[in-house]
Design a protein around this ligand. Structure first.
Ligand code: C2O
Length: 494
């Protein structure tokens, strides 16, 4: 792990984590990027340097600290064309922020075009020395669990990577599977981070249940489950008790996107849960037969905050100060997504810089039709119907966690003790996922589908929150262009 004062060089390299070689864009020249870890209250000061040079890939970059609210520091949110211009080669940018009282499991990734799909993503952990749930586990050090996919050819996914390892079915080589080492009698806190570009994963470990204790930086009442579905961008901390006989067990993560679902043949979608003292081989069961059936899948409505907090607004549907429907659709050619009829197209001047240059009303901000103004200190309800465009789509809000008052698969609301998180699936036809948050964080904040191809195809809006109080920043600084560079001359256009 690297600490809060890290330098993060962004480079091109060739990688073959699943045995299938491809060029990649990487943080710190590893895939996934290095774990960035700190302690609650730390000041983070991360210097990102663009050292990209492969002309067949995007040469610009910007890094988003997914899940960090950036209160008073909207200008380091890292969303290209929303809060900053992307860096150009040789340029560096200091992301300086304090996560205040946030702690838990986050991640970082490129927020320029679909660049994170090319590899630029890694975990970001903030430890809480006074974690109220510490009594539930013995070890929380470097047992992170990253779920990801490789994508040859883009944008279809073919193999599931766990901790950066996996096998491309029928690929040119058979690289080792990830091994997670445990000691019998010890309880582990595992941090599951889906750094996926697209698919969701159904995660389980043969012979072991798990207890969910954290959802995306929010502690939850302990919930015992035996499998969970995790969507792109989501995170969970689960406690697993290594209380089974010393042996090797399969860790399973079935990937699912559209009509594609991985299976366990060719050792795809698998890793090894290895007890100290067991042999170094594979688990004794054939992973393609005797697949355990989940009795206790994670159900989102069973997740409740550890400490009660109140949902902003009145406890009735449409009872917030501001109630907005966001209806996603797709164009006839299936090349662009739209929200309320408008496909998001990046402006040439980042939204934040438009505000700092004097624009005061959402209606003056570009891109027209994609900016929603929100006044200060208001409760906001967003309702997003699923289904019209296939699904499920995981939507993410920058700058806030939100209460999921109506989850996918439910017609009823929970205004009393719903889960707080920052990525939620909008489900499928008939679903109307509804979320609530409070506008206490001035700045332009992106809201988008976390399937990176979909964001890139316009599945996004920007909330211009409390514009008069947006924290200022010296826009004459070198790192701040009023007009972003002409990308055709700098960047590949794919
Ligand atoms: Cu994890 Cu806007 O992103």
């Amino acid at each position: 792990a690297i600490g809060p004062g890290a330098t993060l060089p962004i480079v091109n390299d060739n990688i073959a984590p699943d045995g299938f070689p491809r060029p990649a864009t990487l943080a710190g020249d590893t895939f996934p990027g290095p774990v960035i870890a700190g302690t609650k209250g730390d000041e983070f000061s991360i210097n990102v340097i663009d050292l990209l040079g492969d002309p067949s890939m995007d040469l610009g970059t910007s890094i988003h600290w997914h899940g960090i609210f950036q209160k008073t520091t909207n200008f380091v949110d890292g969303a290209a064309f929303v809060t900053q211009c992307p860096l150009v080669p040789t340029e560096s940018f200091l992301y300086n922020f304090n996560a205040l009282d946030q702690a838990g499991t986050f991640w970082y990734h490129s927020h320029f075009r679909a660049q994170y799909c090319d590899g630029l993503r890694g975990p970001f952990i903030i430890y809480d020395p006074e974690d109220p749930q510490q009594y539930l586990y013995d070890v929380d050090d470097d047992w992170y669990h990253y779920l990801s996919v490789n994508s040859p050819p883009i944008p279809m996914f073919s193999s599931v990577l766990i901790n950066g390892k996996g096998r491309y079915p029928g690929g040119p080589s058979e690289p080792p599977l990830a091994v997670v080492n445990v000691q019998q009698g010890t309880r582990y806190r595992f941090r599951l981070v889906s750094i996926s570009c697209d698919p969701s994963f159904t995660f389980s470990i043969d012979g072991h249940q798990m207890t969910v204790i954290e959802v995306e930086g929010n502690n939850v009442q302990p919930l015992l489950i035996d499998s969970l579905v995790i969507f792109a961008g989501q995170r969970y901390s689960v406690v697993i008790n290594a209380d089974q006989p010393v042996a090797n067990y399969w860790i399973r993560a079935i990937g699912q996107s559209g009509i594609i679902t991985t299976n366990f043949s060719d050792y795809n979608s698998l890793a090894i849960f290895h007890y100290q003292g067991a042999d170094d081989g594979l688990p004794p069961v054939d992973p393609t037969v005797n697949i355990p059936v989940s009795q206790l899948p994670l159900v989102e409505t069973n997740l409740h905050p550890l400490t009660p907090s109140s949902v902003p607004g009145q406890p009735v549907p449409g009872g917030a100060d501001i109630n907005i429907n966001l209806e996603p659709t797709i164009n006839a050619a299936r090349t662009a997504f739209l929200i309320n009829g408008v496909s998001f197209v990046s402006p040439t001047v980042p939204v934040l810089l438009q505000i700092l240059s004097g624009a005061r009303n959402a209606s003056d901000l570009l891109p027209a039709g994609s900016i929603y103004g929100l006044g200060a200190n208001k409760s906001v309800e967003l309702t997003i119907p699923g289904g019209a465009i296939g699904g499920p789509h995981p939507v993410h809000l920058h700058g806030h966690a939100f209460y999921v008052v109506r989850s996918a698969g439910n017609s009823s609301y929970n205004f009393v003790d719903p889960v707080l998180r920052d990525v939620v699936t909008i489900g499928s036809a008939g679903d109307n996922v509804t979320i609530r948050f409070f506008t206490d964080n001035p700045g332009p904040w992106f809201f988008h589908c976390h399937i990176d191809w979909h964001l890139n195809a316009g599945f996004a809006v920007v909330f211009a929150e409390d514009v008069p109080d947006v924290p200022s920043q010296d826009i004459t600084d070198d790192a701040w262009y009023n007009l972003c560079p002409t990308f055709d001359s700098f960047f590949n256009s794919t």
